[in-house]
Design a protein around this ligand. Structure first.
Ligand SMILES: [Cu+2]
Length: 323
């Protein structure tokens, strides 16, 4: 993975997102493919500090990933699935389901989900059948409006992340975003964040893993790296998938305790970071809220709700699914 694909096309603009909401079991309505015009540079080897695609005219060329359900002719379409399963297809510029994908980070498809309040993050890997339908045990673990991100590379094309809203019926009290912290615990591990993201610039973020007060120096490769970092922007869930500096086995990248990422956030505001790392033959997800830009600004919180929170509504729920 070069630096271009992890940081392509960030923008400063705001967009209104009109995500379609789908009731589970009522997935028959096709999503009309939108004829997005995006011109990818053929040499697309932008460095991490590249600020975008210059004066290109396509509006989506400047957007972060995951904001659009259809881009460059590819469309993220839900498919009917039995209870407990999530299924979808990616249709291509010809309208037919895409069946040929490049392997990126060990997988042809990465499916990331989070609720609109940024809780409930999961990162799973569906399996495709011959007709181009991807299926996975549903990562939508509880009621709410979820954002699903399909992160993939069509064969012979540039990487793409499409986003789709999926509604799971039931009552949910949206939770305010947790306040920013620089240390968090998950599954008995303490993960400490150093570095702060600066809008529009490449910032180094280092995440250090310890357990029982001891640095963890034997992190296990997960999807070809010692850590995977996803950042979601509060407000529109713009999706940034950031990969670390260095790779396992390159002779210079230690297996912990620190994993360093070069991240570029597209604007000031609050972001939720989700670090996937593997240790003890299990994948763990550490979550942080960070503020980019004016760090004295209050974190916008979800509107108050009169509905009692459900036990599954929390952030950082144990038992994140990884497959
Ligand atoms: Cu993945």
């Amino acid at each position: 993975m070069n630096t271009a694909t992890k940081l392509s096309g960030f923008a400063l603009g705001l967009v209104a997102v009109f995500g379609a909401a789908y009731g589970i079991g009522n997935l028959a309505d096709p999503v009309a493919p939108a004829a997005e015009t995006r011109h990818d540079d053929s040499d697309s080897d932008h460095g991490a500090g590249d600020t975008g695609h210059g004066d290109e005219s396509g509006a989506s060329a400047h957007l972060p990933g995951g904001l659009l359900v259809s881009e460059r002719g590819y469309t993220f379409q839900p498919a009917a699935a039995p209870a407990g399963q999530f299924a979808f297809r990616i249709t291509g510029p010809d309208g037919a389901p895409v069946t040929r994908f490049e392997v990126a980070h060990d997988k042809r498809m990465h499916l990331i989900v989070a609720r609109r309040d940024l809780s409930g993050f999961r990162h799973v890997h569906p399996e495709m059948t011959g007709d181009g339908t991807w299926r996975v045990a549903s990562p939508l673990h509880g009621p709410g409006v979820w954002r699903a991100f399909a992160d993939f590379t069509p064969e012979g094309a540039e990487p793409l992340t499409l986003g789709l809203d999926v509604t799971v019926p039931g009552e949910l009290a949206a939770r305010p975003l947790p306040t920013p912290v620089t240390s968090t615990t998950v599954d008995g591990y303490t993960v400490t964040l150093t570095g702060t993201p600066e809008p529009g610039r490449t910032s180094r973020l280092t995440l250090s893993v310890s357990r029982d007060g001891q640095p963890v120096t034997d992190l296990q490769p997960y999807l070809g790296a010692y850590g995977h970092l996803v950042a979601l922007r509060q407000g529109d869930l713009a999706y940034l998938h950031v990969h670390p500096e260095g790779m396992p086995g390159d002779g210079r990248t230690p297996a912990g305790p620190a994993v360093t990422f070069a991240a570029e956030v597209p604007s000031a505001g609050a972001y939720r970071l989700y670090l996937d790392f593997r240790h003890g033959d299990a994948v763990h997800t550490a979550e942080f809220t960070v503020l980019a830009g004016d760090r004295t600004a209050p974190v916008p919180t979800a509107p108050a709700s009169t509905t009692a929170p459900t036990p599954d509504a929390g952030h950082g729920t144990p038992g994140h699914g990884h497959s």
